[in-house]
Structure formats: structure tokens, C-alpha cells
Design a protein around this ligand. Sequence first.
Ligand SMILES: C[S@@+](CC[C@H](N)C(=O)[O-])C[C@H]1O[C@@H](n2cnc3c(N)ncnc32)[C@H](O)[C@@H]1O
Length: 296
Amino acid sequence: MLQALRPSPGGLVADGTIGGGAHAAALLKASAPTGRLVGCDRDAMAVAAATARLSEFAGRFEIRQGNYAELAEWLGPESCDGVLLDLGVSSPQLDLAERGFSFQQDGPLDMRFDQRQELTAAKLINEASAEELAGIFWRYADEEQSRRIARAIVSEREKHPLQQTAQLAALIERLKPRAGAKTHPATRIFQALRMAVNDEIGSLQRGLEAAVKILKPGSRLAVISFHSVEDRVVKEFGRRLSRDYELPGDVDVPELRRPRPPLLRWVSRKAMKPGAAELRENPRSRSAQCRVLEKL
Ligand SMILES: C[S@@+](CC[C@H](N)C(=O)[O-])C[C@H]1O[C@@H](n2cnc3c(N)ncnc32)[C@H](O)[C@@H]1O
């Protein structure tokens, strides 16, 4: 992250997913004594944890509870020297059973990043139609058995509502026995539900647009994603803004291309991935990949 964003004294970095403040602390340390950081997180627990963790940098940072999709409403155009988005769920969120993100510990089917929000995973699981659920599992997790799982959920909830993570995990395990697979059969379904509850792809699309607005020319956006659905959105966004034309619609018809200068460039063609030492220290980083774009 330090390599990608090159924080320096006097600069301002926006951390859209401050979490426990680990990246923010490293960025503030590397930009001492005058580098500043603004951060946000949808989760009040993360805002409190990051504020405590960063106390040694008091006066050089500001943190808000909010969605990074709204960064451009908070920060002025071309005001930042770097933007960081570290997508998805954090370790503290996963490890707290009562947040309902994990199928490994029993807790309420909650999964909200922002607990002020009305929609929970339980509400979605118990109220959405089978078609809606199947769409969620397919779109957000490429789940091949999305229809079958959605139908089973609907018939199970007719017997009794699904309220707990363990109920849902057990139901999926019955439908998709492990059969030597490396990951738990519920991994994808939990991922998809979490993404739907928090509208993660919608936020990501708006957040990427916001990041480009607030970045100064020559400065960089780094996005860490954890699975192919997120990564696809980042790649497609980078591809679209690094072209020297725009399209009037979604289909690329060469005659309709409107020339314009590219707005971004890829800092490297390939995503950065954790090395052996980082994997040993932090095994949860195994599926992380970081893509870096520079504003032109
Ligand atoms: C992987 S963690 C970030 C960890 C952080 N980089 C650190 O160093 O501790 C992801 C965080 O992003 C938050 N988050 C997810 N979507 C968000 C959004 N749209 N806006 C703001 N925060 C979001 C989650 O609540 C979670 O705390």
C-alpha cells in the first residue's frame, strides 16, 4: 500500500474503509510529520477502533462514519494525493459472532456494516422471493446451484424462519456436501448475502467514480479486493477510464466511439498479491489483490 500510494509529508490521503486503522497508521507514519488522512467506515465499531488506534497521530486525521461512495460530497474535487479502498469485511467483524458475518460461529443473521440500516440478512433470507435470492447468489458469488439453494431456503423458511447463521450454514451443507472441497460450501452464499445486504457493488461503483473526482492529477487510487466479483468491477472501471474514447451505451460499436483523452492509467498491468511473508503473518490476505490506477 505504501508502495502504491507513496504517501508524503504535506499530502492528504483518503481511506474509504478505515476498519481497525492499520493501513491508516502506516500511511500516517510514512507521511510524518505533516501528512494528513481522512477516513470513513460504515461501521461505528470500526470508527471507534480506528480513532483509538490512531491517537498518536492526533491532529493529522479525521474519521467519519459513512459510505465511501459519498467521499466526493465530503472532500473537494482534486483535493487528495491518494485514495485507498480495502473492500469487504474486516477481521473484527468476522470474529464477532453477533455481527452475523461468519458461518463458523453461530450468531443472528445480521451482516450489516452500518447497524443503523434496516435491511438485515435475516430480513432478506426470510422475505425475498426465490428468484431474488437466486439472482443474489448468482450475481454476487457465481454460485452454480443458485436456484436450487434459493428454492430450498424458501421451503425451509415456510417451516420456520431462518434467524441464525448456523441454521443457514447447516442447510447449505445439507444441500452441498463438502466432498473434499477446500472451502466451506456456505462461503459463497454468505458472501453473496453480505454483498446484497450492504449493496457492496453499488457502493463500489459509486466509490470508484468519487475517488477519481477527489484525486489530484498524478495521484493514485489503490483498491484491494478479495474475490472475482469485486475485482471484475475494478478492472472494468479501470479499463473504461483508461481508454481514449467513451461509448454512448454499453455496447462497443467502433463507429459510435467518441474520442476523449484517457482519465486514468494502470500503474501495473497485473494485480499486486501478498508474498510468502505476508501470507504467513496474515493468512486471511490469501485471496487479496491490489490494483492501482493513476489519475492523468
Ligand atoms: C477489509 S476491512 C478494512 C481494514 C482496514 N484497511 C485496516 O487497515 O484495518 C473493510 C472495512 O470496510 C468497511 N466498508 C465496507 N464497505 C464500505 C463502504 N461502502 N463504505 C465505507 N466503509 C465500508 C467495513 O465496515 C470494514 O470495516
